[in-house]
Design a protein around this ligand. Sequence first.
Ligand SMILES: [Zn+2]
Length: 473
Amino acid sequence: MALFPLKKAFLLISMAFTSIFLASNLAYSATPPSDSTSSEEEPEPLILITNVNIFDGFSPTLIKGKSVLIQGNHIIKVDDDIDEEESKGAKVIDGEGRTLTPGLIDMHSHVTFMAPEGTNTFTYEWDFGAAGAMAAQSLRDDYLLKGITSARDIAGNSRGIANAIQIGALMGPRLYTSGGVLSHTGGHGDWGAKNDAEPNDYGALIQQSYIVDGREDVIRAARRNFRGGADFIKIMAGGGVASIFDPLEILGATKEELEAAVEISSDYGTYVAVHAYHDDSYNRALDAGVRSFEHGFLVSEETVERMADMIDDGDEIVWSFQCFMSVNTFGSYESMPDFFTHEQKLKGVAVGEGARKVAEMMKKHEVFTIGGADMFSSPYKGMIKEDITCNVDAGYTPAEALKHWTGNAGIVLKWSGPLDPYPTYEIGTIKENAFADILLWDGNPLEDIKLILDEDKLDLIMKDGVIYKQELK
Ligand SMILES: [Zn+2]
């Protein structure tokens, strides 16, 4: 913690700034923001939400007939009845039997890749100013105002954006970020051209990606990310769909490179997430101590069993499922984005077919799972929540799908340890001492998951105790 005075400073002033910012944006805020000049003894405002059925981020069924008391930015009590003395002076919201869930958490986002043509057009079409502006608008409209109150940005220069949200200068979800992704030459993060003699430095220039070949490069890039405020590290360990030079079957990062990433991340008290698709790359990363496993749509049951066994033995590892991009978008050659080449589309089809099979195996072996939409480019950016309904299409129950996007996600966010930008309370759950990131739904998403796609059914959005949407009386 002592290594990050700037970050700590942001944290300390964040509450005051959030209040000031929101006071000028009351179109979105029904909650009177606390007066930043008030004395410290003045208690933070209370909000009491009564008469709700709760999905707490983990429960397979709704917990019926509860009330939730919020003070400032966190939940202080969940109970059948909360007596008048405890909730004295609270603003009361009658839930009228609605379903209350935690705010949604997208664990695989690419907020700085929202350019219309796809991911790598920053080399010839857009600059980073545009990337940041597109990210800011999307984080407000496609994330926060649709009920996604936290996101893990996994590859890209979103550290400044994350800080701007935290201090209230931008409206968006809590953002945890990897900073620039680490990729070998010719890997999923190499945006150079085929005939470049030197690694293309554009990715490094705008801090979206770093070309790393060898242990020293990995150490430097990881430390550079941490210096800039990254919360964890992402590295490419195998081929990708959206990149040009790397067949899905290849191995990316070497054993030595993965171990270096894990070593530096462990030194900072946090973890490594890996982009990989098949057995060899997954197993190499498992050997090296990587903890968050993205994609994996070509792995065998043996590898899935290995992950399940490790979890049984107490290892904290997770499978991170990107259902929308694999099952929906890559479902068929025709459904692939137009900006993909023929080769990219063929790779996508293989991934789409594998994804359903792997999801079945992960469920069968009860591998700890989170979800993330892997959303990039403007044609899709409004469809993030379809990743959750896709989980149900892929065989999970609605409660499991929501757990991937709430309770489980909140656990993994905390793996950032001392780098956690929101360390005070739990995230993704409804209980005492959890951040007040709360949604109210008109209906029961555990019975009909599709209702989460209907914005008219989302009657209340609260993040950090502040209401951004309220359609209740
Ligand atoms: Zn991705």
